[in-house]
Design a protein around this ligand. Structure first.
Ligand code: WT7
Length: 632
């Protein structure tokens, strides 16, 4: 799979032009030349974005696991597909070859069938980062069941909401999991979640930590004996291009999480295409995405994208701080990782530790670095570039969403010149535009606006499970006929995009529209700052004023620091962006995926803490109380 790789900038612009002028041919050729189909499509794309209706590769038949596993068996049977690195570095790693993976997936698929799972049934997977997670995902896809992976850090309430919403028939979990020096009790959480639920018939339980758990007779079964007995031959169900592949929940700004539904062919084509172009795997490369498979990043770029390309994908059970802050770098050295993909929040965490944790390790195998999930601030970008890439590895800052299924705006390494804090240019076929508040498209460069996409792409979510109206209202009503991302962006003088943050975080000060990301960026430039979050609060002259929550690397006189920080902001953005209030905090409330929960910080800044909403899914709920105590 190499005849779709972009070689240079000229090639990129040519591909972009072709994809816009003739999307049918562009995506049709890619799909035809790089994948295995049981039946070809009759039409490449049919769409009515105003109604939130999109279909790709209409009438085609395939099975995604044949593309991710079976077709590699002849040439790559003994190549490692999944290289599993356990939490404890002293425990042996697992090298799962494509042949092993095939066998394990078929066995697992047969166990699911014996548990009564049929095509179209939902299976909830609540597992830690162990090989069974990847295997169970692919086993669902093998038989046409719809997987819904729930991140193993979510609480029983969050899990229950998700199981209920998609009416899962089976839950796959484990006795527990390891994360650094902690263990998590997954089975207990599942039991709690299932207390008042009738849809789940079977709970399949993997063993990982050998803890004492209770097994409910008739419902709960240990996986191991079932897998041992199961046949390793399992027919790959023939799926329609538009048959659902998975549901993955993402939090809305309020209320119920949204079950984003992804379908088979378009998702496969786009995740594999972007993986190939962005990470540019060579046959013997070892690729590592350090995300959790519980998020879309892991779905697209640990499991489906890499395996569709026949790549060796590393799956890491642990955390960056265990046994010490050198773990990422140790793993890179151990496996001679060639491409490394992580989140800015991890980079910032590691950058504040002693650089000797990095310098102990040989990172010379690295070729490409990636980031995902949030804007990367300039300081973190340079640290990643200097200390990890040694100034020799392009950094691809990839902007995308659970809804988009794959990377949308990012530099293509060795093709697109990078610019710190800029996601740069859209992938071929992605028609990005900026819209103003009145619904008009903003033309020209050096402009800011709301980021929209005007034409469908193969891996876009097709609906919100069970609520198409909400899907339409959330993404397609604000700008009729366009997909609205919810993010703001600016386009620089050469047409590069910089994501300025969620527009629900935009703060208008004295009539000026300021994204939080650039202000936080400026604050983080101060040498004593680790991380910051900025929100607006009402001000009777300016309309809004800015409240900054700041974590310090080292203590100093607070008033002096406040002045210095505001000076940096004035220098970087302008006096208008100066903070009216600065509260120094020990931590920031974060979601499990590492995003700052600005909703809570905004309430505290508004002195409106009566209804904080659900904070149970936070990584660190305790910090909220502490911040409230010190509020200004
Ligand atoms: C939101 C989507 C993409 C998988 C993980 C997150 C923000 C994501 C970037 C980036 C600036 C980014 C956006 C987006 N975001 N990547 N490179 N630069 N912002 O998926 O949980 O669905 O979140 O994350 O605000 O809308 P998600």
């Amino acid at each position: 799979m190499s005849n779709y790789r972009i070689n240079d900038l000229e090639h990129y612009f040519k591909a972009q032009k072709e994809a816009i002028e003739n999307p049918e041919k562009f995506w049709g050729d890619i799909a035809e030349q790089n994948f295995q189909w049981r039946k070809k499509w009759n039409k490449v794309v049919a769409h009515n974005l105003a109604e939130a209706e999109v279909k790709w590769f209409l009438g085609a038949k395939l099975n995604i696991t044949e593309n991710c596993i079976d077709r590699h068996l002849k040439t790559r049977g003994n190549k490692t597909a999944i290289l599993w690195e356990p939490n404890d570095p002293n425990e042996p790693a697992e090298h799962i070859t494509y042949k092993d993976l095939h066998q394990r997936v078929c066995k697992f698929a047969n166990v699911l069938k014996e548990s009564g799972v049929k095509k179209g049934d939902r299976v909830c997977i609540y597992l830690p980062m162990i090989p069974d997670l990847t295997v169970s995902i692919l086993a669902c896809a093998r038989i046409g069941a719809i997987h819904s992976v729930v991140f193993a850090g979510f609480s029983s309430t969050a899990l229950a909401t998700r199981i209920n919403d998609c009416e899962a028939k089976v839950v796959i979990t484990s006795d527990g999991g390891f994360r650094g020096d902690k263990t998590i009790n997954l089975k207990g959480i599942v039991d709690e979640a299932l207390k008042h639920m009738s849809c789940v018939e079977t709970v399949l339980v993997a063993k990982r930590i050998d803890s004492k758990i209770s097994m409910k007779a008739g419902r709960d079964k240990f996986l191991k004996p079932l897998l041992e007995k199961a046949s390793d031959d399992c027919y790959a169900e023939e799926m329609d291009a538009e048959d659902p592949l998975f549901i993955l929940y993402t939090s809305g700004s309020t209320g119920m999480p949204k079950g984003m539904l992804h379908t088979t062919a378009g998702y496969m084509v786009y995740s594999a295409y972007t993986f190939n172009n962005v990470f540019r795997p060579e046959e013997n490369d070892i690729y590592w995405c350090a995300a959790d498979i519980g998020w879309i990043t892991g779905h697209s770029y640990i499991v489906y994208g890499p395996l569709a390309n026949g790549t060796t994908s590393v799956m890491f059970e642990g955390v960056p701080s265990y046994p010490d802050f050198g773990r990422f770098w140790e793993v890179i050295e151990k496996y001679k990782i060639n491409q490394f993909y992580t989140a800015p929040t991890a980079i910032r965490t590691l950058a504040k530790e002693n650089v000797s944790f990095v310098e102990k390790h040989d990172l010379s195998s690295l070729k490409i670095l990636g980031t995902v999930g949030e804007p990367i601030n300039e300081e973190a970008w340079h640290w990643y570039d200097n200390h990890i890439g040694k100034k020799g590895c392009p950094i691809t800052d990839t902007w995308w969403q659970t809804e988009t299924g794959g990377m949308m705006i990012c530099p293509i390494p060795f093709v697109t010149p990078t610019k710190p804090t800029f996601a740069t240019l859209p992938m071929p076929g992605i028609q990005v535009c900026l819209m103003d508040e009145n619904g008009k498209e903003i033309e020209g460069n050096r402009e800011s606006g709301r980021l929209c996409i005007k034409f469908p792409w193969p891996s876009m979510a097709r609906t919100i499970w069970g609520n198409h109206q909400r899907y339409k209202e959330t993404y397609f009503i604000t700008y009729p006929g366009k997909y609205f991302t919810g993010d703001g962006a600016m386009r620089d003088e050469v047409g590069y995009y910089r994501i300025t943050g969620r527009v629900d975080d935009v703060i208008i000060i004295s009539g000026h529209n300021l994204g939080t990301a650039p202000i936080e960026d400026a604050i983080n430039e101060h040498e004593k700052v680790v991380e910051s979050a900025v929100v607006g609060f009402p001000h009777n002259i300016k309309g809004n004023a800015l409240y900054g929550y700041i974590i310090l690397k080292e203590e100093d006189e607070h008033d002096k620091l406040r002045n210095e920080i505001n000076r940096v902001i004035s220098e970087q953005i302008g006096p208008i962006a100066k903070l009216d209030k600065i509260q120094f905090v020990k931590g920031l409330p974060k979601t499990r995926s590492g995003k700052i929960m600005r909703r809570i910080l905004r309430k505290i800044a508004h002195k409106d803490t009566s209804k904080l909403g659900d904070i149970s899914t936070l990584l660190n709920p305790d910090i909220v109380e502490e911040i409230m105590k010190g509020a200004l």
